[in-house]
Write a protein that binds this ligand. Structure first.
Ligand code: C5P
Length: 244
């Protein structure tokens, strides 16, 4: 079960330079299956950082949250595939056509079921958004209604899953079923500080609620012994997986 947990643990490479990213990957690659490369690191280092992670035996979650006209996002998605990432994401608010075109573009490169096909994920509503944020944009619906609605739209468009707060996992499971992939950040083991995360769950709770992958950053990076922190998280995930 530890090896199953390792595949499902995503470490957020929230650093601003290549050397630090490389050190983290070397340090953690036996514990962590997937490394999340976000906008800051990718803007600074570009595709090199993806190649570095893969060269060290890790997989990459390219967290660039594409949102643009359908053709542009579809072509960006194709480039993400060519980079060899394990998963990448788009904003579901970009709409059905944007997601469908992206799926079609990926299908053309890596047909469904092929080994190297990445997971296509959608962001529903950012957890930093409140009802007021939505209202200001003219969306007068509660977040708890928008999240499953956008998750369903993503599923209908052929996406593989969503990125969501652990608190939303159950709603999404109800709306989209058991085989829809759910990736959750905002995870805090009991031993770690909350940092700026407010609505958090423990790794065991997130797995028990039905999350497939957990994104963890500071509980590992800020620990006195990051490798030991990763071990503790893996053990917690593994025992929750056994019960699931
Ligand atoms: O350090 P921490 O574990 O909070 O890092 C979580 C990672 O997940 C960060 O890269 C953060 O940007 C990302 N994230 C998040 N909450 C969301 C979406 C993404 O913390 N709702």
């Amino acid at each position: 079960m530890i090896s199953e947990a390792r595949k499902r643990l995503i470490f957020a490479l929230d650093v601003d330079n290549f050397e630090d990213a490389e050190q983290w990957v070397k340090r953690l690659s036996e514990k962590v299956g997937v490394f999340k490369v976000g906008k800051q690191l990718f803007t600074r280092c570009g595709p090199e950082v993806v190649h570095m992670v893969r060269g060290e035996g890790g997989e990459v979650f390219l967290d660039l949250k594409y949102h643009d006209i359908p053709n542009t996002v579809a072509k960006a998605g194709a480039e993400a595939c060519r980079l060899g990432v394990r998963m990448f994401n788009v904003h579901a608010l970009g709409g059905r056509e944007m997601m469908e075109k992206t799926v079609a573009e990926v299908d053309a490169l890596f047909p469904r079921g092929s080994k190297d096909r990445p997971l296509l994920l959608a962001v529903t509503i950012l957890t930093s958004s409140t009802e007021q944020t939505l209202c200001e944009a003219g969306i007068e619906r509660p977040v708890v209604e928008m999240v499953p609605r956008l998750a369903r739209l993503a599923r209908e468009a052929g996406m593989d899953g969503v990125v969501a707060s652990p608190r939303e996992v159950e709603l999404i499971r109800q709306a989209c079923g058991g085989d829809f992939v759910i990736v959750t950040p905002g995870v805090r083991p009991a031993f770690a500080a909350l940092d700026d995360q407010k609505r958090v769950t423990t790794p065991a709770e997130a797995i028990a609620a039905g999350a497939d992958y957990l994104v963890v950053g500071r509980p590992i990076s800020a620990a006195a012994d990051p490798v030991e922190a990763a071990d503790r998280i893996l053990e917690e995930m593994a025992s929750a997986l056994e019960k699931a």
